[in-house]
Ligand binder design. Sequence first.
Ligand code: SF4
Length: 117
Amino acid sequence: MYVTGLEAAFVSARIDAARALRASNPLHLYEVRDAHARGDCPYLRAGFCGEHLERPLGCRIFFCDKQLDVGGSNWQSDLYETLHSETIALHERLAIPYRYLDWREALAMVTKPADRA
Ligand code: SF4
């Protein structure tokens, strides 16, 4: 799963805010590293997304259910490409360098220094 730098910063900040409202700790860097080593996501909880309301674009669009592959229309990829193009345009409009990277790598970059223990 890949995200842009802007998307990672935005989603991470929203997840941290949602966690603060639930009196949960923000994500720690060791959780990101552990997830990377396992090959999954640090927000995965018992087989489900622990941050479903705030998840990134790719997580919102792609489904593993073959029944959603309507006649091989490739609608998921088409929708993703459309919205990804809008995200790139947002990077340009805000003069934020565009990067497209692995979700866990991006999370490691935006994890606040205070939460890196
Ligand atoms: S849906 Fe996305 S954010 Fe949620 S656990 Fe899966 S990869 Fe992580």
